[in-house]
Design a binder for this molecule. Sequence first.
Ligand code: ZN
Length: 184
Amino acid sequence: MNRLKEYRFCPRCGGKLESKIVKRGEPARLVCLSCDFVFYIDPKIAACTIVERSGKILLLKRAIEPAGGAWVIPGGFVDVGETVLQAAVRETKEEALLDVEPGPLVGVYSYPGVSVIVIVYEAQIIRGIPGAGDESLEAGLFLPSEIPWPSLAFTSTMDALKDYLDRRHPEATLSWNRRSPRDI
Ligand SMILES: [Zn+2]
């Protein structure tokens, strides 16, 4: 994925950006021809939760692209200055209308060529009934044996759910279906 072509002008002075090797052995960076500002394209961090209610796992049907119509766990991008846990709690409230208390880390998911790093926590419901909030069409509760594997949105969704089930529901040794991995 070449994201260097997405940006043409320096955010500091408005000068033209050019792709250059700044340090040997590292990827090319965008450098401003006027002020030498180096415009680093950093990964984005997403924080997610896996929430259970009465032995069922909460999934949300995405209302937006990418992966519109596919199922995800609640989550979204961490804002600057926010902790990952705060973001996980906030996103779960916004998307699934639930107040949650975050628990143990499920895992950190990153993939070659993918610009998003996904951090997933277990979470307990403190208050609320799962519903479809921002960016969701529908909230669904699924027994471990009913997870809609072919309709999950992202590779990270699949990998996090698998890690969670391995730990919390080892009895649900499922025929993992990895037919439709997408890009995150
Ligand atoms: Zn500049």
